[in-house]
Design a protein around this ligand. Structure first.
Ligand code: NAI
Length: 441
Protein backbone atom coordinates (compact mmCIF):
# COMPACT_ATOMS: atom_id res chain seq x y z
CA UNK A 1 0.00 0.00 0.00
CA UNK A 2 1.35 3.44 -0.92
CA UNK A 3 2.27 5.80 1.89
CA UNK A 4 -0.14 8.72 2.23
CA UNK A 5 1.28 12.15 2.87
CA UNK A 6 -1.06 14.58 1.13
CA UNK A 7 -4.32 12.67 1.41
CA UNK A 8 -3.75 11.02 4.77
CA UNK A 9 -6.47 13.13 6.42
CA UNK A 10 -8.67 13.63 3.36
CA UNK A 11 -11.32 11.23 4.70
CA UNK A 12 -11.83 13.16 7.96
CA UNK A 13 -15.17 14.92 8.12
CA UNK A 14 -14.81 18.67 8.26
CA UNK A 15 -11.06 18.66 7.39
CA UNK A 16 -11.86 21.51 5.02
CA UNK A 17 -12.30 23.77 8.05
CA UNK A 18 -9.52 25.28 10.12
CA UNK A 19 -10.60 23.86 13.46
CA UNK A 20 -10.62 20.26 12.27
CA UNK A 21 -7.48 20.69 10.16
CA UNK A 22 -5.65 22.15 13.16
CA UNK A 23 -6.90 19.38 15.47
CA UNK A 24 -5.24 16.85 13.16
CA UNK A 25 -1.82 18.48 13.16
CA UNK A 26 -2.56 21.28 10.71
CA UNK A 27 -0.21 24.31 10.71
CA UNK A 28 2.34 22.48 12.88
CA UNK A 29 4.69 22.32 9.87
CA UNK A 30 4.24 26.07 9.41
CA UNK A 31 5.02 26.70 13.08
CA UNK A 32 8.14 24.55 12.72
CA UNK A 33 9.26 26.24 9.48
CA UNK A 34 8.76 29.78 10.74
CA UNK A 35 11.09 29.01 13.66
CA UNK A 36 13.80 27.94 11.18
CA UNK A 37 15.89 30.18 8.93
CA UNK A 38 14.63 30.52 5.37
CA UNK A 39 17.87 28.91 4.15
CA UNK A 40 17.27 25.90 6.39
CA UNK A 41 13.71 25.45 5.06
CA UNK A 42 14.99 25.78 1.49
CA UNK A 43 17.61 23.13 2.24
CA UNK A 44 14.86 20.74 3.43
CA UNK A 45 12.97 21.23 0.16
CA UNK A 46 16.17 20.66 -1.85
CA UNK A 47 17.02 17.54 0.16
CA UNK A 48 13.51 16.16 -0.37
CA UNK A 49 14.12 15.98 -4.14
CA UNK A 50 10.59 17.34 -4.71
CA UNK A 51 9.95 17.91 -8.41
CA UNK A 52 7.29 20.20 -9.86
CA UNK A 53 3.97 18.34 -10.01
CA UNK A 54 2.43 20.45 -12.78
CA UNK A 55 4.02 18.40 -15.55
CA UNK A 56 7.60 19.45 -16.17
CA UNK A 57 9.06 17.79 -13.05
CA UNK A 58 11.58 20.59 -12.51
CA UNK A 59 13.35 20.36 -9.08
CA UNK A 60 11.45 22.70 -6.76
CA UNK A 61 14.34 23.59 -4.45
CA UNK A 62 16.46 24.52 -7.46
CA UNK A 63 13.70 26.73 -8.88
CA UNK A 64 13.38 28.49 -5.54
CA UNK A 65 17.12 29.06 -5.35
CA UNK A 66 17.04 30.70 -8.81
CA UNK A 67 14.74 33.44 -7.48
CA UNK A 68 16.40 36.81 -7.96
CA UNK A 69 16.55 39.03 -4.87
CA UNK A 70 17.27 42.58 -5.97
CA UNK A 71 17.18 45.09 -3.11
CA UNK A 72 13.80 46.76 -2.60
CA UNK A 73 11.91 44.77 -5.28
CA UNK A 74 8.96 42.69 -4.01
CA UNK A 75 8.93 38.98 -4.85
CA UNK A 76 5.90 36.80 -5.39
CA UNK A 77 4.73 33.24 -5.09
CA UNK A 78 2.02 32.36 -7.60
CA UNK A 79 0.24 29.03 -7.30
CA UNK A 80 -0.81 27.62 -10.62
CA UNK A 81 -4.29 26.20 -10.03
CA UNK A 82 -5.32 26.53 -13.68
CA UNK A 83 -5.66 22.77 -13.94
CA UNK A 84 -7.03 22.44 -17.46
CA UNK A 85 -5.08 19.56 -18.93
CA UNK A 86 -7.64 16.95 -20.10
CA UNK A 87 -7.57 13.98 -17.74
CA UNK A 88 -6.09 15.96 -14.84
CA UNK A 89 -8.21 16.73 -11.78
CA UNK A 90 -5.94 16.11 -8.78
CA UNK A 91 -5.50 19.79 -7.81
CA UNK A 92 -9.26 20.25 -7.80
CA UNK A 93 -9.49 17.44 -5.25
CA UNK A 94 -6.77 18.97 -3.06
CA UNK A 95 -8.32 22.46 -3.13
CA UNK A 96 -11.85 21.23 -2.59
CA UNK A 97 -11.16 18.87 0.29
CA UNK A 98 -7.89 20.09 1.81
CA UNK A 99 -7.72 23.85 1.18
CA UNK A 100 -5.73 24.45 4.37
CA UNK A 101 -2.99 22.09 3.16
CA UNK A 102 -2.48 24.44 0.22
CA UNK A 103 -2.67 27.57 2.38
CA UNK A 104 -0.20 26.12 4.88
CA UNK A 105 2.14 25.10 2.05
CA UNK A 106 1.84 28.63 0.64
CA UNK A 107 2.65 30.19 3.99
CA UNK A 108 5.85 28.12 4.33
CA UNK A 109 6.83 28.69 0.68
CA UNK A 110 6.09 32.43 0.84
CA UNK A 111 8.25 32.65 3.97
CA UNK A 112 11.19 30.99 2.19
CA UNK A 113 10.78 33.08 -0.96
CA UNK A 114 10.11 36.34 0.85
CA UNK A 115 6.73 36.79 -0.80
CA UNK A 116 4.48 39.09 1.22
CA UNK A 117 1.72 38.94 -1.37
CA UNK A 118 1.04 35.54 -2.92
CA UNK A 119 -1.60 34.46 -5.41
CA UNK A 120 -3.64 31.44 -6.38
CA UNK A 121 -4.63 31.62 -10.04
CA UNK A 122 -7.51 29.18 -10.48
CA UNK A 123 -9.21 28.02 -13.67
CA UNK A 124 -12.52 29.71 -14.28
CA UNK A 125 -14.42 26.44 -14.65
CA UNK A 126 -13.66 25.53 -11.02
CA UNK A 127 -16.34 28.02 -10.12
CA UNK A 128 -17.18 26.67 -6.66
CA UNK A 129 -13.61 26.39 -5.37
CA UNK A 130 -12.58 30.06 -4.92
CA UNK A 131 -15.19 30.38 -2.16
CA UNK A 132 -13.70 27.37 -0.38
CA UNK A 133 -10.20 28.83 -0.68
CA UNK A 134 -11.25 32.30 0.39
CA UNK A 135 -13.01 30.90 3.45
CA UNK A 136 -9.84 28.97 4.34
CA UNK A 137 -7.74 32.11 3.88
CA UNK A 138 -10.05 34.07 6.19
CA UNK A 139 -9.92 31.30 8.81
CA UNK A 140 -6.10 31.14 8.63
CA UNK A 141 -5.93 34.91 8.96
CA UNK A 142 -8.26 34.93 11.97
CA UNK A 143 -6.01 32.33 13.62
CA UNK A 144 -2.87 34.41 12.98
CA UNK A 145 -1.39 32.23 10.22
CA UNK A 146 -1.77 34.92 7.58
CA UNK A 147 -1.74 38.71 7.70
CA UNK A 148 0.74 40.83 9.65
CA UNK A 149 3.57 39.61 11.88
CA UNK A 150 2.69 35.92 11.54
CA UNK A 151 3.38 34.00 14.76
CA UNK A 152 5.37 36.98 16.01
CA UNK A 153 8.12 36.44 13.42
CA UNK A 154 7.72 39.81 11.73
CA UNK A 155 6.81 38.06 8.48
CA UNK A 156 3.69 39.40 6.71
CA UNK A 157 1.78 37.44 4.10
CA UNK A 158 -1.49 37.95 2.25
CA UNK A 159 -2.96 35.44 -0.21
CA UNK A 160 -5.35 36.41 -3.00
CA UNK A 161 -7.40 34.15 -5.24
CA UNK A 162 -7.74 35.16 -8.89
CA UNK A 163 -10.13 33.35 -11.24
CA UNK A 164 -9.20 32.64 -14.83
CA UNK A 165 -11.75 32.92 -17.59
CA UNK A 166 -11.55 29.45 -19.11
CA UNK A 167 -8.45 29.50 -21.32
CA UNK A 168 -6.20 26.40 -21.26
CA UNK A 169 -3.21 28.52 -22.30
CA UNK A 170 -3.34 30.38 -18.99
CA UNK A 171 -1.98 27.23 -17.34
CA UNK A 172 1.32 27.98 -19.06
CA UNK A 173 3.17 29.96 -16.42
CA UNK A 174 3.98 33.12 -18.40
CA UNK A 175 0.48 33.29 -19.96
CA UNK A 176 -0.85 32.93 -16.42
CA UNK A 177 1.26 35.91 -15.31
CA UNK A 178 0.01 37.99 -18.23
CA UNK A 179 -3.57 37.12 -17.29
CA UNK A 180 -2.91 37.86 -13.63
CA UNK A 181 -1.66 41.30 -14.72
CA UNK A 182 -5.03 41.80 -16.41
CA UNK A 183 -3.88 41.22 -19.98
CA UNK A 184 -4.69 38.66 -22.65
CA UNK A 185 -3.03 35.37 -21.68
CA UNK A 186 -0.33 35.17 -24.33
CA UNK A 187 2.81 33.26 -23.33
CA UNK A 188 6.06 35.19 -23.03
CA UNK A 189 9.41 34.13 -24.40
CA UNK A 190 11.65 32.38 -21.85
CA UNK A 191 14.28 33.27 -20.76
CA UNK A 192 13.94 35.43 -18.79
CA UNK A 193 12.26 32.88 -16.54
CA UNK A 194 9.69 34.16 -14.04
CA UNK A 195 12.25 33.60 -11.28
CA UNK A 196 14.08 36.61 -12.72
CA UNK A 197 11.25 38.58 -14.36
CA UNK A 198 7.76 37.42 -13.48
CA UNK A 199 4.64 39.13 -12.21
CA UNK A 200 4.89 42.88 -12.96
CA UNK A 201 8.52 42.13 -13.91
CA UNK A 202 9.26 41.14 -10.34
CA UNK A 203 11.02 37.90 -9.37
CA UNK A 204 8.29 35.27 -9.15
CA UNK A 205 8.04 31.58 -8.42
CA UNK A 206 5.15 29.81 -10.14
CA UNK A 207 4.41 26.39 -8.69
CA UNK A 208 1.60 23.89 -9.08
CA UNK A 209 -0.95 23.33 -6.27
CA UNK A 210 0.29 19.82 -5.48
CA UNK A 211 3.93 20.95 -5.37
CA UNK A 212 3.16 23.62 -2.78
CA UNK A 213 0.94 21.27 -0.75
CA UNK A 214 3.84 18.75 -0.66
CA UNK A 215 6.01 21.28 1.19
CA UNK A 216 3.88 20.65 4.32
CA UNK A 217 4.73 16.94 4.72
CA UNK A 218 8.34 17.67 3.74
CA UNK A 219 8.74 20.04 6.69
CA UNK A 220 6.68 17.70 8.84
CA UNK A 221 8.79 14.56 8.29
CA UNK A 222 12.00 16.31 7.04
CA UNK A 223 13.38 16.43 3.52
CA UNK A 224 15.62 13.43 4.14
CA UNK A 225 12.68 11.23 5.17
CA UNK A 226 10.62 12.45 2.19
CA UNK A 227 13.49 11.54 -0.14
CA UNK A 228 13.46 7.95 1.17
CA UNK A 229 9.94 7.49 -0.23
CA UNK A 230 9.82 6.56 -3.89
CA UNK A 231 12.78 5.67 -6.04
CA UNK A 232 15.76 7.46 -7.62
CA UNK A 233 14.85 11.02 -8.63
CA UNK A 234 11.12 10.24 -8.22
CA UNK A 235 10.94 11.00 -4.54
CA UNK A 236 7.91 11.38 -2.31
CA UNK A 237 4.35 10.69 -3.31
CA UNK A 238 2.42 11.74 -6.42
CA UNK A 239 -1.26 12.32 -6.93
CA UNK A 240 -2.70 10.58 -9.96
CA UNK A 241 -6.13 11.38 -11.36
CA UNK A 242 -7.27 8.23 -13.10
CA UNK A 243 -10.05 8.13 -15.68
CA UNK A 244 -11.22 6.43 -18.85
CA UNK A 245 -11.97 2.71 -19.08
CA UNK A 246 -11.33 1.70 -15.48
CA UNK A 247 -13.56 0.42 -12.72
CA UNK A 248 -12.58 3.03 -10.13
CA UNK A 249 -11.88 6.47 -11.54
CA UNK A 250 -10.61 8.93 -8.95
CA UNK A 251 -7.62 10.60 -7.34
CA UNK A 252 -4.95 8.30 -5.87
CA UNK A 253 -1.78 9.03 -3.97
CA UNK A 254 1.03 6.70 -5.01
CA UNK A 255 4.61 6.41 -3.86
CA UNK A 256 6.09 5.96 -7.36
CA UNK A 257 7.43 2.46 -6.68
CA UNK A 258 4.34 0.65 -7.96
CA UNK A 259 4.13 -0.74 -11.48
CA UNK A 260 1.74 0.57 -14.11
CA UNK A 261 0.12 -2.88 -14.15
CA UNK A 262 -0.52 -2.77 -10.41
CA UNK A 263 -1.96 0.73 -10.70
CA UNK A 264 -4.42 -0.30 -13.41
CA UNK A 265 -5.44 -3.70 -12.10
CA UNK A 266 -5.15 -3.56 -8.32
CA UNK A 267 -8.31 -2.95 -6.29
CA UNK A 268 -6.44 -0.34 -4.27
CA UNK A 269 -6.27 1.87 -7.37
CA UNK A 270 -8.11 1.65 -10.71
CA UNK A 271 -9.60 -1.82 -10.04
CA UNK A 272 -9.10 -3.12 -13.57
CA UNK A 273 -10.97 -2.54 -16.81
CA UNK A 274 -14.78 -2.86 -16.91
CA UNK A 275 -16.32 -6.04 -18.38
CA UNK A 276 -12.91 -7.75 -18.44
CA UNK A 277 -11.95 -5.91 -21.62
CA UNK A 278 -8.36 -5.82 -22.77
CA UNK A 279 -6.13 -2.81 -22.24
CA UNK A 280 -5.29 -1.04 -25.49
CA UNK A 281 -3.26 1.98 -24.45
CA UNK A 282 -2.82 4.63 -21.85
CA UNK A 283 -1.90 8.29 -21.62
CA UNK A 284 -0.30 8.53 -18.20
CA UNK A 285 0.46 12.22 -17.77
CA UNK A 286 -2.44 14.28 -19.10
CA UNK A 287 -3.55 14.57 -22.72
CA UNK A 288 -0.32 16.25 -23.91
CA UNK A 289 1.98 13.33 -23.27
CA UNK A 290 2.50 10.53 -25.80
CA UNK A 291 -0.01 7.66 -25.84
CA UNK A 292 1.63 4.29 -25.15
CA UNK A 293 0.28 0.92 -26.34
CA UNK A 294 -0.36 -1.77 -23.72
CA UNK A 295 2.71 -3.88 -24.52
CA UNK A 296 5.07 -0.94 -23.94
CA UNK A 297 3.05 0.34 -21.05
CA UNK A 298 3.34 -2.76 -18.94
CA UNK A 299 6.98 -3.38 -19.86
CA UNK A 300 9.87 -1.13 -20.87
CA UNK A 301 11.88 -1.80 -24.03
CA UNK A 302 14.33 -3.74 -21.86
CA UNK A 303 11.57 -6.06 -20.71
CA UNK A 304 11.56 -4.58 -17.20
CA UNK A 305 8.20 -3.75 -15.60
CA UNK A 306 7.22 -0.14 -16.19
CA UNK A 307 6.83 1.83 -12.98
CA UNK A 308 4.66 4.82 -12.18
CA UNK A 309 7.53 7.28 -11.93
CA UNK A 310 9.26 9.99 -13.95
CA UNK A 311 12.16 7.86 -15.21
CA UNK A 312 10.41 4.59 -15.97
CA UNK A 313 7.51 6.18 -17.86
CA UNK A 314 10.00 8.05 -20.02
CA UNK A 315 12.13 4.94 -20.58
CA UNK A 316 13.22 4.71 -24.19
CA UNK A 317 12.58 8.37 -24.92
CA UNK A 318 9.68 9.60 -26.99
CA UNK A 319 9.91 6.69 -29.45
CA UNK A 320 8.59 4.25 -26.87
CA UNK A 321 8.32 6.18 -23.65
CA UNK A 322 5.99 8.85 -22.39
CA UNK A 323 5.93 11.21 -19.40
CA UNK A 324 4.66 11.32 -15.86
CA UNK A 325 3.42 14.83 -16.74
CA UNK A 326 0.68 16.11 -14.50
CA UNK A 327 -0.43 12.59 -13.53
CA UNK A 328 -3.66 12.66 -15.56
CA UNK A 329 -3.90 8.92 -16.23
CA UNK A 330 -6.27 8.12 -19.12
CA UNK A 331 -6.95 4.44 -19.89
CA UNK A 332 -8.26 3.20 -23.25
CA UNK A 333 -9.69 -0.30 -23.59
CA UNK A 334 -9.79 -2.43 -26.73
CA UNK A 335 -13.07 -0.87 -27.94
CA UNK A 336 -11.61 2.61 -28.27
CA UNK A 337 -10.49 4.10 -31.56
CA UNK A 338 -7.14 5.88 -31.39
CA UNK A 339 -7.94 7.96 -34.48
CA UNK A 340 -11.15 9.21 -32.93
CA UNK A 341 -9.41 9.86 -29.64
CA UNK A 342 -6.55 11.77 -31.32
CA UNK A 343 -9.02 13.83 -33.33
CA UNK A 344 -10.83 14.84 -30.13
CA UNK A 345 -7.54 16.02 -28.61
CA UNK A 346 -6.55 17.84 -31.82
CA UNK A 347 -9.87 19.73 -31.71
CA UNK A 348 -9.10 20.74 -28.14
CA UNK A 349 -5.59 22.04 -28.89
CA UNK A 350 -6.80 23.86 -31.97
CA UNK A 351 -9.49 25.57 -29.94
CA UNK A 352 -7.08 26.46 -27.13
CA UNK A 353 -4.14 27.69 -29.22
CA UNK A 354 -3.62 31.38 -28.38
CA UNK A 355 -2.76 32.05 -32.03
CA UNK A 356 0.47 33.87 -31.29
CA UNK A 357 2.79 31.44 -33.15
CA UNK A 358 2.03 30.48 -36.74
CA UNK A 359 3.04 26.79 -36.52
CA UNK A 360 0.62 26.24 -33.62
CA UNK A 361 -2.19 28.52 -34.83
CA UNK A 362 -2.25 27.06 -38.35
CA UNK A 363 -0.84 23.61 -37.67
CA UNK A 364 -3.31 22.61 -34.94
CA UNK A 365 -6.18 23.54 -37.30
CA UNK A 366 -4.71 21.48 -40.12
CA UNK A 367 -4.14 18.50 -37.87
CA UNK A 368 -7.72 18.61 -36.66
CA UNK A 369 -9.11 18.91 -40.21
CA UNK A 370 -7.02 16.00 -41.53
CA UNK A 371 -7.81 13.81 -38.54
CA UNK A 372 -11.51 14.54 -38.96
CA UNK A 373 -11.27 13.59 -42.63
CA UNK A 374 -9.46 10.32 -41.91
CA UNK A 375 -11.82 9.45 -39.08
CA UNK A 376 -14.85 9.94 -41.32
CA UNK A 377 -13.37 7.59 -43.93
CA UNK A 378 -12.64 10.41 -46.34
CA UNK A 379 -8.85 10.36 -46.05
CA UNK A 380 -6.06 9.08 -48.27
CA UNK A 381 -2.88 7.27 -47.29
CA UNK A 382 -0.92 10.45 -48.11
CA UNK A 383 -2.92 12.27 -45.42
CA UNK A 384 -1.29 10.15 -42.74
CA UNK A 385 2.15 11.26 -43.94
CA UNK A 386 0.94 14.85 -44.21
CA UNK A 387 -0.27 14.67 -40.61
CA UNK A 388 3.14 13.36 -39.55
CA UNK A 389 4.84 16.16 -41.44
CA UNK A 390 2.67 18.88 -39.84
CA UNK A 391 3.24 17.70 -36.28
CA UNK A 392 7.02 17.66 -36.94
CA UNK A 393 6.80 21.28 -38.06
CA UNK A 394 4.96 22.36 -34.91
CA UNK A 395 7.10 20.63 -32.29
CA UNK A 396 9.84 22.87 -30.93
CA UNK A 397 8.82 25.82 -33.10
CA UNK A 398 6.56 27.73 -30.77
CA UNK A 399 7.00 30.12 -27.86
CA UNK A 400 5.30 27.85 -25.35
CA UNK A 401 4.83 24.08 -24.99
CA UNK A 402 1.22 24.12 -26.27
CA UNK A 403 2.60 23.41 -29.73
CA UNK A 404 4.51 20.38 -28.44
CA UNK A 405 1.45 19.30 -26.47
CA UNK A 406 -0.59 19.32 -29.67
CA UNK A 407 2.10 17.56 -31.73
CA UNK A 408 3.09 14.72 -29.36
CA UNK A 409 -0.29 12.95 -29.16
CA UNK A 410 -0.51 12.94 -32.98
CA UNK A 411 3.07 11.71 -33.40
CA UNK A 412 2.66 8.92 -30.84
CA UNK A 413 -0.71 7.84 -32.27
CA UNK A 414 0.75 7.47 -35.78
CA UNK A 415 3.93 5.86 -34.49
CA UNK A 416 2.15 3.20 -32.46
CA UNK A 417 -1.25 2.86 -34.15
CA UNK A 418 -0.64 3.51 -37.84
CA UNK A 419 -2.74 0.42 -38.63
CA UNK A 420 -5.81 2.20 -37.22
CA UNK A 421 -5.26 5.23 -39.45
CA UNK A 422 -4.81 2.90 -42.46
CA UNK A 423 -7.94 0.96 -41.52
CA UNK A 424 -9.97 4.19 -41.70
CA UNK A 425 -8.49 4.98 -45.13
CA UNK A 426 -9.08 1.44 -46.42
CA UNK A 427 -12.60 1.11 -45.00
CA UNK A 428 -14.36 4.36 -45.88
CA UNK A 429 -17.86 2.96 -45.50
CA UNK A 430 -17.24 1.13 -42.24
CA UNK A 431 -15.55 4.26 -40.88
CA UNK A 432 -18.89 6.11 -41.08
CA UNK A 433 -20.60 3.77 -38.65
CA UNK A 434 -17.90 1.94 -36.73
CA UNK A 435 -14.72 2.80 -34.99
CA UNK A 436 -11.52 0.78 -35.37
CA UNK A 437 -11.74 -0.69 -31.89
CA UNK A 438 -15.26 -2.04 -32.18
CA UNK A 439 -14.68 -3.38 -35.68
CA UNK A 440 -11.36 -5.09 -35.07
CA UNK A 441 -11.10 -6.51 -31.57
P1 NAI B 1 9.89 24.09 -18.26
O1 NAI B 1 10.66 22.81 -18.21
O2 NAI B 1 10.32 25.12 -19.23
O3 NAI B 1 10.00 24.79 -16.85
C1 NAI B 1 9.65 24.18 -15.66
C2 NAI B 1 9.72 25.19 -14.55
O4 NAI B 1 11.06 25.45 -14.19
C3 NAI B 1 9.13 26.56 -14.89
O5 NAI B 1 8.52 27.10 -13.77
C4 NAI B 1 10.34 27.40 -15.29
O6 NAI B 1 10.14 28.76 -15.08
C5 NAI B 1 11.39 26.82 -14.36
N1 NAI B 1 12.73 26.90 -14.95
C6 NAI B 1 13.23 26.09 -15.90
N2 NAI B 1 14.49 26.44 -16.20
C7 NAI B 1 14.78 27.51 -15.41
C8 NAI B 1 15.93 28.33 -15.25
N3 NAI B 1 17.03 28.12 -15.94
N4 NAI B 1 15.87 29.34 -14.36
C9 NAI B 1 14.76 29.56 -13.64
N5 NAI B 1 13.64 28.81 -13.74
C10 NAI B 1 13.65 27.79 -14.61
O7 NAI B 1 8.41 23.68 -18.46
P2 NAI B 1 7.02 24.49 -18.38
O8 NAI B 1 6.91 25.39 -19.55
O9 NAI B 1 6.75 25.04 -17.04
O10 NAI B 1 5.99 23.29 -18.51
C11 NAI B 1 5.87 22.57 -19.66
C12 NAI B 1 6.22 21.14 -19.41
O11 NAI B 1 5.19 20.52 -18.69
C13 NAI B 1 6.36 20.39 -20.71
O12 NAI B 1 7.47 19.55 -20.63
C14 NAI B 1 5.08 19.60 -20.77
O13 NAI B 1 5.20 18.44 -21.49
C15 NAI B 1 4.86 19.29 -19.31
N6 NAI B 1 3.49 18.90 -19.09
C16 NAI B 1 2.52 19.76 -18.63
C17 NAI B 1 1.25 19.34 -18.40
C18 NAI B 1 0.23 20.30 -17.91
O14 NAI B 1 -0.78 20.50 -18.46
N7 NAI B 1 0.44 20.94 -16.80
C19 NAI B 1 0.88 17.95 -18.62
C20 NAI B 1 1.92 17.15 -19.12
C21 NAI B 1 3.18 17.61 -19.32
Amino acid sequence: MSKKLLLKNAHIEGIRYFETYRKHGGYEAAEKALKMTTDAVLEEVKTSGLRGRGGAGFPTGMKWSFLAKPEGVPRHLVVNADESEPGTFKDRYLMEFLPHLLIEGMLISSFVLGSNVSYIYIRGEYSWIPDILEEAIEEAKAAGFLGKNILGTGFDCEIYVQRGAGAYICGEETALLESLEGKRGNPRLKPPFPAIKGLWERPTVVNNVETIAAVVPIIDITGAEYAKIGVGRSTGTKLISACGNINKPGVYEIDMTITVEEFIYSDEYCGGIPHGKKLKACIPGGSSVPIVPANLLLKTINGEPRYMNYESLADGGFATGTMMGSGGFIVLDEDQCVVNHTMTLARFYNHESCGQCTPCREGTGWMYKILKKIEKGEGKMADIDLLWDIQRKIEGNTICPLGDAAAWPVAAAIRHFRDEFEWHVNNPELSQTQNYGLANY
